[in-house]
Design a protein around this ligand. Structure first.
Ligand SMILES: Cc1ncc(COP(=O)(O)O)c(C=O)c1O
Length: 362
């Protein structure tokens, strides 16, 4: 993605809901540019609140049912949150389970720390949901951590509250922590706000951020919601790689979380309208098929071609200017990941050019 995202004409690999401008954010938050200027001009650019201001942590806690500001710590994006959780919990020799496909951090980082990593493959025949019997058979008395991602990137699968509770029950049977990457939580096709593992399990850890659900990846603002014992352990590590999250990022995060309902309404409308466009394309394109996403911003689309997913994506971007993410980058051959939550015109043009391309290749 790094290689092509600035060069391609149609980026259909992007996973954020179309990002907002500062002006759009201000409008949704009901703040005038003059007010913002006054707020910012008076700010002395210190490190700010080291663990995140009480206000921002209260607003974040408000996204959960049982969390308080003491259970929240701010991080550099969800990527920073995930990294901190892994480096805090995982030690050489630990048994760690992660679903796959998912964000690569969840299996590659524990592996790099010397963990015995086992992956639980999400399969299309199960709607890309985890097979709980397989998970039950996989856990061991010394399983330290189970990593899941709900809603899932890349498949858009959404686990129900009952399934999350069942996973927590399996984890509880061996005393394992459950890390749920919830960076897409709230972006659902139906009006449900999926529950968080942090609210469901005494050893549940939730990571999330402003990037996807709130369309503000440029802030690089994320958080961990977890039992206090984890927050305290994380803080030891965080002192060495984070110090604090930028106070300007925190200012805009506070505005956005105050206006969260409006942003969520905008973003749910985008993902729902755009998924309809993608769905029509998949239904009409004989060489494409998928399990229709229930949530999130991405779909994992099977492409009937003799090319590898990498060859397919490379030729598609070179010959038609359309960028998808190859399934091979997510350890799943035969698929491409389509990020459908961005600009509608880009999606429509990108899909039309992909159909043209599919007529030209084997
Ligand atoms: C599942 C998942 N987790 C974490 C991240 C990182 O997000 P952030 O921009 O908040 O660091 C991404 C970004 O694509 C993601 O898809």
């Amino acid at each position: 993605m790094n290689e092509w995202e600035t060069k391609c004409a149609y980026n259909v690999a992007e996973t954020c809901v179309e990002s907002v401008t500062v002006e759009e954010l201000l409008k949704m938050a009901g703040v005038t540019p003059e007010q913002m200027t006054r707020d910012l001009l008076g700010k002395k650019l210190t490190y700010g609140w080291i663990e995140g201001s009480e206000k921002v942590r209260s607003l974040i806690a408000g996204l959960y049912q049982k969390q308080t500001p003491a259970n929240i710590v701010t991080t550099h994006g969800c990527i920073g949150a995930n990294m901190l959780v892994h480096e805090t919990l995982v030690e050489p020799g630990d048994h760690v389970i992660s679903v796959i496909p998912t964000y690569q951090q969840h299996y590659s980082i524990p592996e790099s720390f010397g963990a015995r990593i086992e992956t639980l493959r999400l399969k299309p025949e199960n709607g890309f949901l985890p097979d709980l019997d397989e998970l039950r058979a996989m856990v061991k008395p010394d399983t330290k951590l189970i990593c899941i991602n709900n809603p899932n990137n890349p498949t858009g699968a959404l686990m129900s509250e009952q399934m999350l509770k069942d996973i927590c029950e399996i984890a509880r049977s061996v005393g394992a922590w459950v890390l749920c990457d919830e960076v897409y939580r709230g972006l659902t096709q139906e009006d449900v706000y999926s529950p968080s593992v942090a609210d469901l399990y005494e050893k549940g850890i939730s990571t999330a951020s402003m990037s996807k659900v709130f369309s503000m990846a440029g802030l690089r603002f994320g958080w961990i919601a977890a039992p206090r014992e984890i927050i305290e352990a994380v803080l030891h590590h965080r002192d060495y790689n984070t110090i604090s999250v930028g106070m300007l990022d925190e200012y805009f995060t506070e505005l956005a979380l105050t206006a969260k309902d409006k942003i969520l309404e905008r973003n749910r409308a985008i993902i729902r309208e755009n998924l309809e466009i993608l769905d029509k394309w998949v239904q009409s394109e004989p060489r494409a098929s998928y399990v229709k996403p229930k949530a999130g911003t991405t779909a994992f689309v099977k492409i009937d071609t003799k090319l590898t997913s990498h060859e397919f994506c490379e030729r598609l971007v070179k010959e038609k200017g359309v960028m998808f993410t190859p399934g091979s980058a997510l350890h799943t051959e035969g698929y491409v990941r389509i990020g459908y939550a961005n600009n509608k015109d880009v999606l429509q043009k990108g899909l039309a050019l992909t159909s043209k391309f599919l007529k030209e290749i084997d």
